[in-house]
Design a protein around this ligand. Structure first.
Ligand SMILES: C[S@@+](CC[C@H](N)C(=O)[O-])C[C@H]1O[C@@H](n2cnc3c(N)ncnc32)[C@H](O)[C@@H]1O
Length: 247
């Protein structure tokens, strides 16, 4: 029988965010692969807890290969190299073990996550064969909306989901309702016309240290900066997502 690999969205911070389908998938595999920044990666613990709760498959942490951030002009090339290195590391785990595997994917695999692309790269290498499927998870942008009790767009209006790196460009293009992810440096602090914006911000959503701030951007930026620093100090990590809308 062909080996099965399952890409399981696990939600964005709390083990209770797992769907019933995701829980059943984890219970059904022989081992679980989890990318880890280091052996002490604090985000590993929530994935360990998920495994303990759902059949206790072996959790195999795979150290994340370093990513070259020195050449911003070749961002796509650097990410491609990083994906190749990750594919090689995951392939090694699949070659060393028999049985079905699951990748635990933070949030939802369809939002700013490359596990699907990396799994395609593993298959393209041709050293290991398997069928794979993708199970959706609750994304941080959904947790953000629920925590603030908001709809992410106005009635019948569009929404742009982008990264901190591309925020200024999106605003220049005229977008006025944006969800920003992957923003390690709070790029909204550099917007040219800050008084025109309202923000709904959340960090470490779904965890006991979840932090929420909402209000006119210029008024609440100091509170957001303080909450970011506090989340980092208490949890050992900080990830934030926010909605920006022109007032
Ligand atoms: C590599 S992306 C992964 C996104 C994930 N696939 C999802 O659906 O949420 C990481 C970014 O997701 C957002 N994120 C993930 N988990 C979060 C959380 N618990 N609280 C706030 N933002 C989070 C942050 O913008 C972070 O920089």
């Amino acid at each position: 029988m062909t080996r099965r690999v399952r890409l399981v969205g696990i939600g964005s911070g709390h083990p209770d965010q797992l769907t019933l389908a995701a829980a059943a998938a984890i219970e059904g595999v022989d081992f679980v692969i989890a990318a880890a920044k280091s052996a002490e990666d604090p985000l590993l613990e929530s994935r360990r807890e998920i495994c303990r709760r759902h059949g206790n498959p072996e959790l195999v942490p795979v150290p994340d290969p370093p990513r070259d951030r020195n050449d911003p002009a070749d961002y796509t090339g650097a990410v491609g190299d990083w994906h190749d290195a990750r594919a090689a590391a995951y392939e090694k785990v699949l070659l060393e073990r028999d049985g079905d595997a699951a990748f635990l994917v933070w949030g939802d695999p369809a939002f700013y996550d490359s596990t699907i692309r990396i799994v395609e790269r593993i298959l393209a290498r041709g050293n290991v064969t398997f069928d794979y499927d993708v199970l959706p998870g609750i994304s941080s942008l959904q947790v953000l909306a629920a925590a603030h009790r908001i709809v992410l767009h106005e009635v019948g209006q569009p929404i742009l989901v982008t990264t901190g790196r591309r925020l200024a460009e999106a605003v220049d293009q005229g977008h006025d309702n944006l969800v920003v992810m992957l923003d390690g440096s709070l790029s909204c602090t550099t917007l040219k016309d800050q008084p025109g914006w309202h923000i709904w911000w959340g960090a470490n959503l779904g965890t006991p240290d979840q932090a929420l701030v909402a209000g006119p951007l210029v008024d609440v930026l100091p509170e957001i900066e303080a909450a970011r620093a506090h989340a980092k100090a208490t949890s050992g990590w900080v990830m934030d997502t926010y909605l920006l809308r022109r007032s």
